[in-house]
Write a protein that binds this ligand. Structure first.
Ligand code: FAD
Length: 401
């Protein structure tokens, strides 16, 4: 078994540096191969770091586009932008997350325990389950195959599968996960579903698996209601200058430099809000918890000297509120958290702080604000905006190939 990935920005930057040479044609040609035995050599494995923003989308694109032209790295750039797109899509249609969480309480769980413990009669599926629960990672193609087999061959509820992923993926993310499961099921692009095929699995696992004759051959897509109309992109307030200010770190955005552009006042204290335990109503795996906690504490160490006294890392709104009071804060500034458990906790925190006359100011990252404006339709339309986003947000040296 691989060692658990270190939840630090240093490791994120090391991974990025190691990956960049393969981000061009190699990635375009080989990214679909699922090769866990070789350590997944053709993909970046940056997702746990991007998910917690130990490294940002802009930084990753800057490194890759510092080496390759946008045309050469087009595939990789598009994949990174899928994450931004899904986040914006869900942010503007939050009912997709609320509905999923509500339905999760209502679905029939018969057969789910066997699938989750890798006791089906499909060896490939069982292997991926083991990889997921042991390492907290699955290759994108394996995620598609697992989700498809889960929904169409095992005929289990997609919501339970999405929750299984959220409990075990180190990169478990409300937007990418929920919307990808919906996409496989045929609910995201209506009528279009993803059907896992044995020949495709055999090819892209390099012959490691070949579940011929075991997969549903012609399943119908699931049906669902039409998408709601998108709500506007959130507009966030600006921190007040000259008031006693604390910074609250949270696991949805641990790259804090952009906050400095908005802070016209010294920061006297900082604390961390941990919401990983709420990614699922069930028990989130210890690997996921320790990655999120480690990422928060790495960030507190890196930023501690600029952000005053260190407060607690806590999963309790009451504790964070007590910290803000004890530090005599007049405002708490934090990166904007998109739809998901952190956003729900921040809503509760806002009410608790309001009662103490302390303001909570969420600041939306300019990349998100600009990109989310284009999440009105499908990814194809969004993709046309990528060159402009790159030009506006990615400061790059001249490319060499
Ligand atoms: C059913 C299913 C569930 C998924 N759940 C999650 C999840 O909870 N969290 C998550 O981060 N991704 C999720 N994905 C997307 C994707 O599988 C992972 O982001 C990717 O496999 C991460 O591995 P990597 O970093 O090596 O990717 P690379 O191929 O190296 O891609 C680079 C980065 O681009 C982004 N990216 C790549 N592919 C996608 C994609 N299809 N959608 C969104 N972003 C992408 C990721 O941030 C990734 O780190 C899911 C996909 C499926 C099909």
């Amino acid at each position: 078994m691989n060692a658990a990935p270190s939840p630090t920005r240093t490791e994120a930057l090391d991974r990025l540096a190691r990956f960049v040479p393969t981000a061009g044609r190699d990635y375009a040609a080989r990214r679909n191969f699922d090769l866990p035995g070789q350590g997944h050599p053709h993909v970046s494995r940056l997702s746990p770091y991007l998910r917690h923003r130990l490294v940002t989308e802009e930084e990753v694109l800057q490194s890759v586009l510092g080496r390759y032209s946008l045309a050469t790295a087009e595939k990789f750039v598009a994949e990174v932008c899928w994450r931004t797109y899904w986040k914006g899509w869900l942010e503007r249609r939050p009912s997709a997350w609320a509905d999923y969480r509500r339905e999760l309480d209502q679905v029939d769980l018969t057969g789910v325990a066997e699938a989750e413990s890798g006791q089906t009669d499909i060896a490939a599926f069982n292997d991926w389950v083991q990889e997921l629960t042991e390492t907290g990672y699955l290759h994108n193609h394996a995620r598609m195959w697992v989700a498809s087999i889960w929904i169409f061959t095992l005929r289990l509820p997609w919501q339970a599968g999405a929750d299984f992923f959220m409990r075990h993926l180190l990169d478990g993310d409300p937007a990418s996960n929920t919307l990808s499961w919906r996409w496989v099921a045929g609910l995201q692009t209506h009528g279009k579903h993803y059907v896992a095929r044995a020949a495709n699995i055999a090819k892209y696992t390099d012959g490691r698996h070949d579940p011929a004759g075991r997969l549903a051959a012609h399943p119908a897509p699931l049906n669902g209601p039409p998408h709601p109309s998108p709500r506007p992109v959130p507009v966030t307030g600006a921190p007040q200058p000259g008031v006693r200010t604390g910074v609250l770190l949270h696991e949805d955005d641990l790259s804090l430099s952009f906050l400095l552009d908005h802070l016209d006042t010294p920061v006297v204290a900082h604390a961390g809000l941990l919401s990983a335990g709420l990614r699922s109503p069930g028990l989130v795996s210890p690997n996921v918890m320790s990655f999120a906690e480690g990422a928060l504490s790495d960030t507190m160490t890196r930023w501690g000297d600029r952000f005053g006294d260190a407060g607690p890392v806590s999963n309790s709104v009451d504790n964070i509120c007590a910290w803000a009071e004890a530090a005599g804060l007049e405002q708490v500034v934090t990166p904007y958290a998109p739809v998901g458990p952190t956003a729900s906790m921040l809503r509760r925190l806002r009410r608790a702080l309001d009662a103490q006359d302390i303001e909570l100011v969420e600041v939306l990252r300019p990349w998100d604000s600009a990109a989310w404006a284009h999440t009105t339709h499908g990814f194809f339309k969004f993709k046309k905006q990528i060159p402009q986003l790159v030009e506006d947000f990615v400061k790059m040296p001249k490319s060499t190939s």
